[in-house]
Design a protein around this ligand. Structure first.
Ligand code: SAM
Ligand code: SF4
Length: 333
């Protein structure tokens, strides 16, 4: 099999998998406080997730990112990761990685490293415990800090993902850059995206264009352009003073669709070919219809053939409703 190429000539080599829609936090920009979660019967079992991921690896995916919801709150999730690590050993997969809120990381960091994970992304928008509790509604910063310590001790490379929120954490960016420099973490800033109803919270008010953030950083730091790519959509600079890398993910102000190599699978087996479009393909039916993977792989190929060119998110006073109705916790960021 020569791999999956979409209609615009982009090879699909990167699959993000949301392994659960559940989470132990309720971040303001991501979820409403009273989220309703999916019934268990709709959710792919760990064995089914392994089957779909492995089919994607057979069809040319080289990088798997596990996300959610919070992946580390799913029961027995390590058995899925352990199973998938066989593709690292065989050389079929270059990277198996994780995006986590860090709350359970202190329990799992060593095991993640042992099964072959090298880098993880940890989402952290503030270093202030009170602000952290306010942003996540339920989270405890000291637990995440313990998780980060454990990750470091296990030799995992860490990238911190921070959503830039106007009037919330915009006074902390310098401190976060300095802290990540000291800890040896990369740092990526993300713009708020209009995804899913968040129960009365104001995304227009939250939205801070990273072009503005980037200019502000120049007051205190020397930003050196570097040619560094992780397979994701961020563009990176090096901070001369710390030696650390800082990335910017700008879906709102910059179109990163041309080089998109990704598709996203939800925990119910729905494949989204674009983060910012509603079109999706159901892989659960073909998966459950037979024990073999022929139907599944045919459905995957048919879906890739429909991958759209890109998205056009807009946040302004005329566009206050979510651009796509599903939450980021469904497609997993
Ligand atoms: N629970 C894990 C975590 O927080 O890292 C993984 C899933 S979470 C949905 C993945 C990423 O999406 C996080 O970095 C989070 O900050 C980001 N995110 C969630 N909702 C977002 C939104 N509306 N706009 C931009 N980023 C968002
Ligand atoms: Fe949970 Fe991650 Fe969404 Fe926060 S961003 S509510 S940690 S899924």
């Amino acid at each position: 099999m020569s791999g999956m190429i979409d209609p615009f000539g982009r090879a699909i080599s990167y699959l993000r998998v949301s392994v659960t829609d559940r989470c132990d936090f309720r971040c303001l920009y991501c979820m409403s406080e009273d989220m309703t979660f999916l019934p268990k019967s709709d959710i792919l079992s760990l064995e089914e997730l392994d089957r779909v991921c492995s089919a994607f690896v057979r069809q040319g995916v080289r990088k798997l990112r596990m996300t959610g919801g919070e992946p580390l709150v799913r029961r027995n999730i390590m058995s899925l990761f352990r199973g998938l690590s066989r593709h690292l050993e065989s050389g079929a997969l270059d990277e198996l990685t994780l995006t986590t809120n860090g709350s359970q990381l202190h329990r799992f960091a060593q095991e993640l490293a042992d099964l072959g994970m090298r880098r993880i992304n940890v989402s952290l928008d503030t270093l202030n415990p009170d602000k952290f509790a306010a942003i996540t509604r339920w989270g405890k910063l000291d637990k995440v800090m313990a998780g980060l310590e454990a990750a470091k001790a296990a030799g995992l490379k860490v990238k911190i993902n921070a959503v830039a929120l106007k009037g919330v954490n915009d006074d902390e960016f310098d401190r976060m850059i300095a802290w990540c420099g000291e800890e040896g973490f990369d740092l990526t800033f993300i713009e708020v995206m209009p995804m899913g109803d968040i129960g009365g919270e104001d995304r227009v008010g939250q939205y801070l264009p990273l072009s503005v953030l980037r200019e502000n950083l120049r007051e205190n730091w020397t930003l050196e352009d570097i040619d560094y790519k992780t397979g994701g959509p961020a563009s990176y600079v090096r901070i001369a003073e710390t030696g650390g890398r800082v990335g910017f993910i700008t879906p709102m102000t910059h179109n990163f669709c041309e080089s998109c190599n990704r598709v996203r699978l939800t925990c119910t087996g729905t494949l989204y070919m674009c983060l910012g479009q509603e079109d999706a393909a159901d892989l659960r039916a073909p998966l459950r219809e037979s024990d073999g993977d022929d139907l599944l792989e045919a459905a995957m190929r048919e879906a890739i053939a429909r991958k759209p060119k890109g998205h056009d998110f807009i946040i302004d006073r005329d566009h206050t409703r979510p651009a796509v109705s599903r939450h980021m916790s469904v497609t997993g960021g």
